[in-house]
Design a protein around this ligand. Structure first.
Ligand SMILES: [Zn+2]
Length: 429
């Protein structure tokens, strides 16, 4: 492999609090040096990235790759290509596949498909309970041995507090987080959107914020009881943000993520019965969006994760009540972060990269998230001034279900490298 010099870019590396113009030299798939006016080694490829941002590759701890079982919507290959196009060099794959990824062989299959895809890295998440039925625990040890980096029953909550207590204690012995989809099913019931004025106007069943807040509180208390690590997925309410802030202040091992749609959109997006605004947890109110943004600003919410949830076109064409929950997110996340959080004055570029790379790596104990010497050269290069219009037909994902089609975003990914190998490059470069 030829050495690669990324010359003259703005190097943003939160792990080293570095935000300054520098060269990045990559040798044998690793970061060899970051500094000014690095010499050009013999035979090196030199790429002029002046005016561009060079950052550690983005890491998404919450994606649905749909394989096995729903390859019409996405596969590991297409999902990891979508990830690379979005600037992600690693994704964590949720286990709510068909069959459920709840054993060693199933985890091994996802690892193997990820390696074959040669795009973004794939780290499987194993199920908490066998078949995600909230009855008995899956074999965490075997799944970790096969490559699982966390456990989750995402798509569903762990309904039994006793089982969650056991899961947190068991996961602690493997030093992995338990990633929970916090939803009290008895409160969310038949709800299809946030319980509020818009649901009333549209005549749709609502999901109250308390359905999330109650389970967030339960999980934080169980993490305190067990000393285990609870990671709360897709936080959407002001109440959750307050509870997590309280738990952290108390020294409880709680971490949390927020999605780009929850820091961008409100329940108003459901107007016109747009099924691309139907997700779980639902889009909430302006005060909730503000609380999520403040949580990302002050670190109450550690990471941005997309909850990339591809669905076949026909599924989202159904009536609002019958359409599935969720949207794709890998190819719009960075643009939404720059356009909404950086331009909105909530985060610096350094802090956005921290929430999308360095912190996801830390929270899930993954490699990456840094451009330190000797680290694998997982790198994203993006043009922070590049404006583009979201065109779902141009997605690398197999699915098109996004509410952001037609929206103008700032920040174009130009190149994504994994182990120093270019796995995505924009047509213009
Ligand atoms: Zn979920």
């Amino acid at each position: 492999m030829r050495p690669l010099l990324l010359a003259g870019g703005r190097v943003v590396d939160p792990a080293q609090e570095h935000d300054a113009v520098a060269d990045v030299l990559i040798v044998d798939g690793k970061i060899e040096a970051v500094g000014s006016n690095l010499g050009v080694p013999d035979g090196a490829e030199v790429v002029d990235v002046a005016g561009k941002i060079v950052a550690p590759g983005l890491i998404d701890v919450h994606v649905h790759l749909r394989e096995p079982g729903n390859e019409d919507a996405e596969t590991v290959a297409t999902g990891t290509r979508a990830a690379a196009a979005g600037g992600f060099t690693a994704v964590c794959a949720m286990p709510n596949t068909d069959p459920v990824t709840d054993n060693q062989a199933a985890v091994g299959f996802v690892v193997k498909q990820g390696q074959a895809a040669r795009a973004a890295r794939v780290y499987p998440i194993g199920a908490i309970s066998v078949g995600q039925r909230s009855e008995r625990l899956a074999e965490f040890g075997e799944m970790v041995h096969a490559g699982a980096v966390a456990v989750s029953d995402d798509g569903r909550p762990v309904t039994s507090s006793h089982l969650m207590r056991t899961a947190l204690a068991y996961a602690r012995s493997f030093d992995i987080p338990v990633a929970e989809h916090p939803e009290d099913l008895s409160l969310s019931g038949a709800g299809v959107m946030h319980a509020g004025t818009v649901a009333t106007r549209l005549g749709l069943h609502g999901i109250p914020s308390a359905a999330e807040d109650i389970m967030v509180a339960r999980n934080i208390l169980l993490a305190e009881l067990t000393g285990g690590h609870i990671h709360l997925c897709h936080v959407s309410t002001r109440g959750s943000v307050e509870l997590i802030r309280w738990g952290k202040a108390r020294g409880i091992h709680v971490t949390a993520e927020a999605t780009p749609h929850h820091f961008t959109l409100t329940h108003e997006a459901c107007d016109g019965y747009d099924t691309n605004a139907k997700m779980k947890p639902p889009l909430r109110e302006a005060e909730d969006v503000e609380a999520v943004r403040q949580g990302l600003r002050d670190g109450t919410l550690d990471a941005i994760a997309t909850d990339h949830a591809p669905h076949h076109y026909e599924a989202k064409e159904r009536e609002f009540d019958d359409a599935p929950f969720g949207i794709v997110g890998l190819e719009t996340a960075l643009g939404l972060g720059l356009s909404e959080l950086v331009d909105g004055g909530y985060l610096t570029v350094l802090d956005l990269v921290r929430r999308m790379s360095t912190e996801p790596a830390r929270v899930f104990r993954l490699p990456g998230g840094s451009l330190r010497r000797g680290a694998a050269a997982d790198v994203v290069v993006f043009d922070p001034t590049g404006m583009w219009i979201v065109d779902p037909d141009g997605f690398h994902s197999k699915s098109r279900n996004t509410p952001f089609g037609g929206r103008e975003l700032r920040g174009r990914v130009e190149r994504t490298l994994v182990d120093g190998v270019t796995v995505f490059t924009a047509a213009a470069t």
